[in-house]
Design a protein around this ligand. Structure first.
Ligand SMILES: Nc1ncnc2c1ncn2[C@@H]1O[C@H](COP(=O)(O)OP(=O)(O)O)[C@@H](O)[C@H]1O
Ligand SMILES: [Mg+2]
Length: 293
């Protein structure tokens, strides 16, 4: 029933947007907005963790995490390898559930609603959370279908609208010009950098509120990395972006907010300017000075 409601909400809003769609398409010649969303939803997007503890079997992986991440900003999660960055991100979209021996205590509130617990509609939750992983994983289908897939699942069936949405998101990630003449070829034939942008387009096409990126540029060449970074900066107008980053330099370039983790704990979190220029904690100072990585 819920998916049926989603279907009608999604498609009817697209239909009722006919007028503005023309405007957008017309205006696109002059100003193209990669962050534009076709479906208007609730605008606020806040993630808050309260007393979050994660154990995997006997190991205590996340330790009493209390955190409020700002809306429409880029949050960079930094810290040495193994400190729990990916685990934190996976908790936000409940991908962590699939880990054997997992025990979660505490709350993760998404716009005030606790997402931990059995009553959650995981599909609905994951639709709000676009995930970009370290290695791109295109679906074994064509370029077009990779982007169209999620839209179909979420109820968009009209071919013309589907083409429009696919084109928009391929343009948003700067891929349209490169692939418009081979939309029906398998996505795996693209370069790694192109595949990563395609995966981002696929995530954006279901119009999430959050983008979770786990070292999303670590497998990419410098030019593709820069493209993704620049895109994130544009997207934050309409999305909250939480990225785990493998390089401090990347965080320095694009973070608005920084979370520094060490051995499963949040050591320090705050505005990027403050954390980078005036870290409060001795461990943060050491990490930023390169004493350990
Ligand atoms: N599936 C798992 N089973 C057991 N231990 C795990 C699992 N996933 C992660 N861990 C452990 O949890 C800790 C945090 O891992 P992770 O969140 O991947 O760190 P990071 O992303 O900061 O490198 C590490 O010590 C890691 O070995
Ligand atoms: Mg990781």
């Amino acid at each position: 029933m819920k998916s049926l409601i989603k279907y009608f909400t999604f498609t009817s809003e697209l239909r009722s947007d006919e007028q503005s769609e023309e405007n957008i398409l017309g205006r696109r010649q002059r100003i193209f907005r990669p962050d534009y969303k076709f479906v208007r939803g609730k605008d606020e997007s806040e993630i808050r963790a309260e007393g979050l503890n994660i154990h995997i079997k006997e190991r205590h992986i996340l330790k009493d995490v209390n955190l409020a991440l700002p809306d429409k900003k880029i949050t960079c999660v930094i810290g040495p390898s193994g400190c729990g960055k990916s685990t934190l991100l996976k908790t936000f979209n409940r991908l962590i559930d699939s880990v054997e021996g997992i025990r979660i205590e505490g709350k993760v509130l998404l716009n005030g609603e606790d997402i931990i617990g059995s009553g959650q509609d995981i599909t609905r939750l994951r639709r709000k959370m676009g995930l970009v992983s370290q290695k791109p994983c295109p679906l074994p289908m064509s370029i077009f279908e990779n982007v169209a897939y999620g839209c179909r699942i979420h109820g968009l069936a009209n071919k013309r609208k589907l083409k429009m949405v696919v084109k928009h998101y391929l343009e948003a990630v700067g891929l349209w010009e490169e692939v418009c003449d081979r939309l029906n070829t398998p996505a795996v034939r693209l370069s790694i950098g192109q595949q990563q942008r395609l995966c981002l387009a696929r995530s954006l096409a279901v119009e999430p509120q959050f983008i979770l990126a786990d070292e999303a540029t670590s497998a990419l060449d410098p030019i593709s990395s820069k493209t993704i970074e620049e895109l994130f900066v544009k997207l934050k107008r309409n999305y909250s972006i939480i990225m785990v980053t493998h390089t401090l330099r990347q965080a320095l370039r694009i973070a608005d907010y920084v979370v520094f983790m060490y051995m499963g704990e949040i050591i320090e979190a705050g505005d990027a300017q403050q954390v980078f220029n005036d870290p409060k904690h001795e461990l943060t100072k050491k990490y930023l000075s390169g004493a350990f990585s």
